[in-house]
Design a protein around this ligand. Structure first.
Ligand SMILES: [Zn+2]
Length: 234
């Protein structure tokens, strides 16, 4: 319960700076935070994380031996997840990313495939991009996942070595050529025998995830699982 005076200050502030839902842009009610109740209920879940044979894990079959791979929400044009990711990447809305991480972790924590994780490792962003944006969006999502999954975030062991040009308009092969040598594992022994959860915001062709996975698998006895918050496949 807030004191009447503090509540009044809150109300005046919300008139001056109205809080809007990070997933749909509508005004939030006094009892809502970051994302409105309606969006919370209607987030487009994939359910992929409970199924070993899902469209995301199939991307990697015959390419790289991941323990499991999935994405928890559908990304669609003008949809709630696109809105949340846009807020995180371009509007400095850290809370939107933490929320998305937390929701992703809720789904993963209910799956037997994602138990016993030691470290969450975000796909590294190039330092120049971090400088421009101020943070790595996948790392923020990862931070939002640690509490529910009961593990630590590790963003210092896997690093990006050189700049890659933008991925968007390239074929799968060109994308692979672009990313295959750009990641390095600084201390393989730190991940030896551990179960690592490699995470990304949105998964598309899987080339970046595959390149990271190849480098992580250099650690002896490592188990690598993959989870993205979102995917565009249906
Ligand atoms: Zn909403």
């Amino acid at each position: 319960m807030k004191l009447p005076k503090i509540q009044l200050i809150d109300d005046v502030l919300s008139l001056l700076y109205p809080q809007v839902c990070a997933a749909c842009g509508t005004l939030l009610y006094r009892n809502e935070e970051i994302v409105c109740l309606s969006c919370r209920v209607l987030l487009p879940k994939t359910g992929f994380e409970k199924d070993e044979n899902n469209p995301i894990s199939r991307i990697f079959w015959g390419r790289i031996p991941f323990n499991s791979a999935s994405a928890c929400f559908f990304f669609s044009k003008k949809g709630k997840i696109q809105h949340l990711i846009h807020e995180l990447k371009y509007k400095k809305n850290i809370d939107a990313g933490l929320f998305l991480g937390n929701e992703t972790a809720k789904e993963l924590s209910q799956s037997s495939l994602y138990q016993g994780i030691d470290f969450i490792v975000p796909v590294p962003l190039h330092p120049k991009k971090i400088q421009k944006r101020g943070y790595n969006q996948s790392e923020i999502i990862g931070k939002g996942m640690t509490e529910l999954l009961g593990c630590k975030l590790n963003s210092t062991n896997l690093n990006r070595a050189v700049a890659s040009t933008t991925q968007t308009k390239k074929s799968r092969f060109a994308r692979w050529e672009n990313v295959k040598d750009i990641f390095v594992l600084n201390r393989p022994e730190e991940f030896a025998g551990k179960h690592i959860l490699l995470i990304d915001d949105v998964i598309t062709t899987g080339s970046t995830i595959e390149a990271c996975g190849r480098v992580l698998l250099q650690a002896p006895g490592i188990k690598v699982s993959v989870a993205a918050a979102a995917c565009a496949v249906s």
